[in-house]
Design a protein around this ligand. Sequence first.
Ligand code: NDP
Length: 434
Amino acid sequence: KKRNGNEPEFIQAVQEVLESFEPVVEQRPDLIEKGVIDRIVEPERFVQFRVPWVDDSGKVQVNRGFRVQFNSAIGPYKGGLRFHPSVNASVIKFLGFEQCFKNSLTGLPMGGGKGGSDFDPKGKSDNEVMRFCQSFMTELQRHIGPDTDVPAGDIGVGAREIGFMYGMYKKIRNEFTGVLTGKGLTYGGSLARKEATGYGLLYFTQEMLKSMKNDSMKDKTVVISGSGNVAIYATEKAMEMGAKVVALSDSSGYIHDPDGIKLDVIKQIKEVERKRIVEYTNRVSGATFHEGCKGIWTIPCDVALPCATQNELDGEAAKTLVKNGVIAVAEGANMPSTPEAVETFLQAGIMFGPAKAANAGGVATSGLEMSQNSLRYSWTFEEVDAKLQGIMVNIFHNAYNASKTYGHEGNLVMGANIAGFEKIADAMIAQGVI
Ligand code: NDP
């Protein structure tokens, strides 16, 4: 805390994770002796850089770029890039720290990293986004590589941004390699990557309902926050599983459609026209728009899936969800529930799937994209989707079993942290104090 006093999100993430290691550390004093805990909270490397670019009016703009290379004990650094005005060192470090355990949980050989910029792609022209991405990659390229560090997308970084960054990397390095994931299908991308985080979230939730309560998503009423990549494909899979999604949001507010969200309308507004979610009410009768994001959690539902951003679901919202009869909550976004909210769900005995387990489908499929790039081969959609499903089911059981082994059966927050941690800790010990 003393060393990172001005980094609240990072401290919040570390605190949550370290608390759940207590039962492991009690049984394994070697983790303290070998300095594993002290080393694991300190990133191996953190770079910050200037990103200058010229806007459409000819004015020079300067943004700040970041990459944290947190832990490479079990594989090359891997984690997304986020472009959003709220990005700072604390946010990048919290995301990078969490990423280590999430990647470990997937069972694939990937270390943890994260990066991004305080650049806001919203309202920028395609040319401005391209010039920004090119400038960003001009510096980032010296720190990454297919066997070193493989970034991907996150908030504000989708197919368009990945394409511009990949083009610049290729130009500077003169090599066509799998240095980024989330690439377009014409240049090394994987089928099902776009859908992976949202679909994976539902595969996890379905397994959680089945294993813990002999239940399923069928006929459930679902509230999903956000309307970006994760939220849209979570909605799609939830509907395929027979559930009804009644609300979605963006940073301006939320829409409520009691008859069930029309996904084709949302995709047109968000993916094609890049407009605000309020537009939905102009196209679908019976739907209402409400300003402000937090109100979305007052809508009664069986399953709540926060898929927008960190700390979007607080203690108050959690209490309202519980009061309204929610039975399961699974996190599509990273750290969307505040510590008070998590505590409320656990105390109330609600099934709770924490982000690093529930949303690991995205990075798992990125891992599969890396494998396909190394093989110079492409798997079919069905092949990738089947592997994703298998990985998500495994993640649930690994987290569940760890929670049981350490005496907190069903506490998946603790289980996911421990299951992810043990593999990294053993690899760090085997590799000596470095
Ligand atoms: P997108 O940029 O596609 O969408 C983000 C969505 O969240 C948008 O609807 C956005 O609304 C909303 N949002 C962003 N910031 C805020 C805020 N401060 N308050 C309220 N709403 C906000 O991002 P993704 O869908 O890719 O990512 C969503 C979350 O999922 C993030 O936490 C990300 O880290 C996590 N995640 C993503 C993965 C992926 O594969 N994409 C993988 C694992 C985790 P608006 O348009 O108004 O900004």
